[in-house]
Design a protein around this ligand. Structure first.
Ligand SMILES: [Fe+2]
Length: 381
């Protein structure tokens, strides 16, 4: 290979590494990033096929989560039981393997070639390991041009595998933390709702309605997740209000009503103490402002129009609809049609018109039975 060609190849390798690092550090969907990196590696190193194997949650199988090459569709989703094949050997030893003639190798498992109809000759397999966490293996098959993979190919594959492993580890940690946070928020909301049999399930329903309205209004995935979290916690300040007041069957005195209104400020105070603050930023604003009304007649501050945070304007509609249509000590509850008519009556005056329109179209779509409503987007929170 001439010096110029070698230099060109080195530059291409570095660009692949730089590109991979940039992609892995962006917040794109990890599956797509891995697909792209695998394709780049195959292109730069010159391989006919490539597979990314990721360990399942129990660590008992390696599953092919990304595959390219002539038999990719046959390989995708194949599960390799623990201890079998070169992918497991490489992962368990932490040592990459570069194999010239695979048929002569003791750990070669022909099962996949038989299943896929692909004929493997040479192999390059590198482990994905971060801080003793065995995450998976990355495998390139058949060097193009009938050659074998080189030592330089191995080094580049190892560098890319290291970057990919770090990104995968971070993403798995983030998912785990997020799941933990969501389950704690759900538990808090359940504990709050359980105090009063009349409000059982209120926070959960308000969270669902708010999420659906947000989706209908075209808010981003991230905003939808944030509003769901904020809506679950909107009434958390009621923890600081006496039971006999919250559950009082008759009409409230002016003084009692003022005490109950304090749940907005108390809730914002509780959530503002949680760290890191930015995680609860929207929940604080929503707890504080979900009783504000567009014409300034709400509380605690009497904000008007767009001075009321968007999430609070949405949760305010969801909250009012659920309160109106639920049996309470002081009311037997509206039908969903009556609740919808009341929202329309207050459209633009108390509630933002666009939010009311979204709620009405949700109600119409499910024929006023919200328990049957199917969201437009496929994801679940
Ligand atoms: Fe409230």
């Amino acid at each position: 290979m001439s010096d110029i060609i070698q230099l060109e190849r080195r530059i291409q390798e570095l660009m692949t590494l730089w590109d991979a690092a940039k992609e892995l550090n962006s917040h794109l969907e990890l599956d797509k990033v891995f697909d792209h990196i695998l394709q780049q590696m195959m292109h730069v190193i010159g391989a006919e096929a490539g597979t990314l194997w990721i360990a399942d949650a129990g660590g008992q199988h390696l599953q092919a989560v990304s595959a390219f090459g002539p038999a990719a569709s046959e390989i995708l989703d194949v599960k390799m039981p623990k201890g079998q094949g070169i992918v497991w050997k490489v992962l368990e030893s932490g040592q990459a393997e570069r194999i010239g003639d695979v048929s002569m190798h003791a750990d070669w498992n022909e099962r996949i070639d038989r299943k896929s109809g692909f004929s493997t000759s040479s192999l390059l397999t590198v482990p994905l390991i971060v801080k003793n966490n065995q995450l998976g293996s990355l495998q390139l098959l058949n060097k193009r041009g009938g050659e074998w993979f080189t030592e330089q190919d191995l080094r580049l594959a190892e560098a890319l595998a290291h970057q990919s492993a770090l990104a995968l580890h971070n993403s798995q940690m983030y998912d785990e933390l997020n799941r933990m946070l969501m389950s704690m928020i759900r538990t808090l909301a359940t504990v709050l709702d359980a105090r009063d049999p009349y409000t059982s399930g209120h926070s959960g329903r308000v969270a669902n309605y708010s999420l659906w309205i947000a989706q209908k209004m075209g808010l981003s995935l991230n905003e939808c997740e944030e509003i769901y979290k904020a809506a679950l916690l909107h009434d958390i300040g009621k923890i600081g209000i006496r039971d006999d007041l919250l559950q009082k069957p008759g009409r409230l005195t002016q003084e009692e009503f003022q005490t109950i209104q304090q749940h907005t400020v108390i809730g914002a105070g509780i959530l503002a103490n949680m760290e890191p603050l930015h995680i609860m930023e929207h929940a604080v604003a929503t707890a504080r402002s979900h009783h504000e009304r567009m014409d300034g007649s709400g509380y605690p501050e009497g904000l008007t129009g767009e001075a009321i945070p968007l999430f609070a304007r949405i949760v305010g509609v969801a909250d009012t609809f659920d309160a109106m249509t639920t049996v309470r000590p002081y009311s037997k509850g509206f039908t969903p049609q009556q609740g919808a008519a009341e929202l329309v009556r207050c459209r633009g005056e108390l509630f933002e018109a666009e939010v009311v329109d979204a709620m009405i179209s949700i109600l119409e779509e499910c024929d006023y039975d919200l328990s049957t409503y199917k969201t437009e987007r496929s994801y679940q929170i």
